[in-house]
Design a protein around this ligand. Structure first.
Ligand code: KIV
Length: 250
């Protein structure tokens, strides 16, 4: 298992991160060799069918973190700090410790909340930063980094996060050249999602890369499987077998 102190080596070797939310898929991701399982607050959308990641709180993150920890005992587990759980340093430290107790090895938080990052780090809760598109507070879902002021802010935030002690940072939906520039200048691994090939590692949402839903897929997602089709076929077979009395066998 990669410990927080082991993240530095992923400045050279590509880090594979995938979101995971439950016990059986955590086991599959671990067996596949994923380096880090992110219990993302995207579970609001892909698991719970909610509109916004702001609609989940600590109760949900603790429940799903525990399930993933039980399913992947040998893999680094990174849990999102849900909206509001990192509003100030003391609140963040208390909630970060609860996520650690539930099985997370590190936590991720959106934006350059430097005092919070420093407090968590000094209390033994390793932090992964998250820059670019920040779903908890975004007003639009457009790509980040085309506007020069926006670029400067991302670059400054990346420097500040690394200096504050972040062990890595996720770069979401930003122009590939900006993500590559961040990657060149920070000493910690960057993990991109919709940020081009120039980051140190990549992260994708489980339900997107396994083709598990019939909703809208982000333009940068790639389906490596079609689990929805397989599950639908199996469920239809079951319905047919019961209705024709082919199942159960006498
Ligand atoms: O919650 C999540 O799944 C995330 C990824 C999009 C990086 O934060």
């Amino acid at each position: 298992m990669i410990l927080a102190s082991g993240f530095a080596r992923f400045k050279r070797a590509p880090l594979v991160m995938a979101t995971g939310y439950d016990f059986p898929f955590a086991g599959i991701l671990e067996e596949a060799g994923v380096d880090v399982i992110l219990v993302g607050d995207s579970l609001a959308n892909v698991v719970l069918g909610l509109q916004s990641t702001r609609e989940v709180g600590m109760a949900e993150m603790l429940l799903f973190t525990g399930a993933v920890a039980r399913g992947a005992k040998e893999t680094h587990i990174l849990s999102d700090m849900p909206f509001g759980s990192d509003s100030d340093a003391a609140t963040a430290v208390a909630n970060g410790k609860r996520l650690r107790a539930a099985g997370a090895h590190s936590v991720k938080l959106e934006g350059a909340k430097l005092e919070v990052v420093r407090a968590l780090t000094s209390e033994g809760v390793p932090v992964v930063g998250h820059l670019g598109l920040l779903p908890q507070t975004a007003k639009s879902f457009k790509q980040v980094g085309r506007d020069p002021a926006e670029r400067d802010e991302v670059l400054r935030s990346a420097d500040d996060l690394a200096a504050a002690g972040a062990i890595a940072m996720v770069l979401e939906h930003m122009s590939a050249d900006l993500a590559a520039e961040v990657t060149r200048r920070v000493p910690v691994p960057t993990v991109g999602i919709g940020a081009g090939p120039g980051t140190d590692g990549q992260v994708l949402v489980l339900h997107d890369f396994l083709g598990m839903h019939a909703g809208v897929y982000p333009p940068f997602a790639h389906a490596f499987a079609d689990l929805r089709a397989a599950a639908l076929a199996g469920a239809k077979d079951y319905c047919r077998a019961v209705r024709t009395r082919a199942f159960p066998a006498p």
